[in-house]
Design a protein around this ligand. Structure first.
Ligand code: URA
Length: 431
């Protein structure tokens, strides 16, 4: 005999009532073990999307998802654990240089990452373009890499927040991804279960992010920071720009290549700036005050950790990265200053080229994606290369080019006026 009926809980949320702790605990547990059907949970998710949840409900929903699986424990490590989570964007490869950088400065980064879905890339897809690199590690292997290198990036095992895995797949096909209580609890249940002692959230906003409105992004950030702090994880959030792509590449191996440039002390200014800034925030949260992340990027210390981390997971840091079989250059249609670049259009074009997937489990092309030759603020001449498209499937060029239609505006910048774009860092949220 079950303690509650799913229909009563759905009706309560439909009628704008708060769910009790016991109702939330039961519905998450019953759904995870199959006693609540997908169609019932779909109705409840839609009621939550439409009618919302208060902070107590969100916190309890998060705890129930954490309790559906195991919680990792790194208390045996000699260094403090600290992680970063980005809500995802186009060209967002920051985790790749950031994890070894923070490790080089004395933190331990236990980063459980995901694969990409839709127009945003996934960290694991990017790293899997490195020949030999393995995303799946046992808990013992994860601990060994973390102890040896100070950072590990790998796939979350099936035992971590299994309720979220089922719920996320259901939300994806029932148009219920975009609810703040559901996004916040989904992200934070995994990060809290991962066992990190501190967390910096990079909440993206702008056309290329799934919270395009900065106010909504800040609201999501506040809820997530509250959830982290209530669970005893030192948490802060930065709301950052995703109106234009980050860096000069979007696509798996292309982004690994750009991350290696950053680890070699070069790379695009926006990627370097955000990497160093996030590293400073992470180190500050765990009380490491004497480290200089900008120096650790320049002097090769972060690169040393990267090489060890890739090698420890079976990868060859010296192997040539895979390249796509075909390339197509798109040239500027006029001369002037690049005024805008639509991150969403660039992300969708990279996805059409084979860098992303439309269904879970689909393979991605390691070499597919887009190189960007000029960003907003840069001068460009008529006929000069603006984008290079990369793919193994040249029939994809047409759809990718269609997606890029009107993605860039080139024109004259009148005296005294500035490029109309979001600042890289929009807001810092600490409670
Ligand atoms: N990422 C997650 O893990 N969950 C969401 O709901 C959205 C983004």
């Amino acid at each position: 005999m079950e303690a509650f009926s799913a229909a009563q809980i759905i009706a309560a949320k439909r009628d704008h009532h708060s769910l009790t702790d016991a109702q939330i605990d039961w519905v998450i547990d019953a759904y995870t073990r199959g006693a609540v059907a997908d169609e019932q949970m779909s109705a409840l998710l839609m009621a939550i999307l439409l009618n919302g949840m208060d902070l107590r409900e969100i916190s309890r929903w998060t705890d129930a998802m954490i309790n559906s699986g195991q919680r990792m424990n790194w208390s045996g490590l000699s260094r403090p654990t600290v992680d970063k989570h980005s809500t995802g964007g186009v060209g967002d490869k920051i985790t790749l240089p950031l994890a070894p950088l923070v490790a080089a400065c004395g933190g331990a980064v236990p980063q459980l990452s995901g694969r990409g879905l839709g127009h945003t890339g996934g960290t694991l897809d990017k790293l899997e373009s490195i020949p030999g690199w393995r995303a799946s590690l046992s808990n013992e292997e994860m601990l060994a890499v973390l102890e040896e290198c100070g950072a590990v990036i790998c796939a979350a095992g099936a035992g971590l927040a299994p309720a979220d895995k089922k719920l996320y797949a259901l939300r994806d096909v029932t148009a219920t991804v975009e609810a703040i209580p559901l996004i916040a609890s989904s992200i934070m249940s995994k990060k809290i279960a991962e066992g990190t002692s501190a967390l910096v959230l990079d909440v993206k906003t702008g056309v290329g992010a799934f919270m395009s409105d900065p106010k909504k992004a800040a609201e999501l950030a506040h809820v997530m920071v509250g959830l982290g702090q209530r669970a005893g994880v030192k948490t802060i959030a930065l709301v950052t720009a995703m109106d234009i792509p980050l860096g000069l590449t979007a696509g798996n191996a292309l982004e690994v290549g750009e991350s290696i440039e950053v680890l070699q002390g070069g790379g695009p200014a926006d990627v370097v700036e955000l990497t160093v800034l996030l590293a400073r925030e992470m180190l500050e949260l765990v009380g490491i005050k004497d480290a200089d992340p900008a120096r650790a990027l320049k002097n090769g210390k972060a690169m040393d950790i990267w090489r060890r981390m890739i090698t420890a997971q079976g990868g060859d840091p010296d192997a040539k990265l895979p390249a796509a079989k075909e390339r197509l250059t798109i040239n500027a249609h006029s001369s002037g200053t690049v005024l805008t670049m639509d991150a969403m259009k660039v992300g969708i074009a990279a996805w059409h080229l084979g860098a992303g997937r439309s269904r879970q489990g689909e393979a991605v092309q390691a070499g597919a994606g887009i190189e960007i030759h000029a960003k907003p603020g840069d001068l460009i001449s008529h006929g000069a290369a603006l984008f290079t498209l990369h793919t193994d499937t040249p029939e994809a060029f047409e759809r990718a080019q269609e997606s890029l239609t009107d993605s860039v505006k080139i024109g004259g910048l009148s005296a005294g006026s500035a490029i109309d774009r979001l600042p890289l860092i929009i807001e810092r949220i600490t409670d």
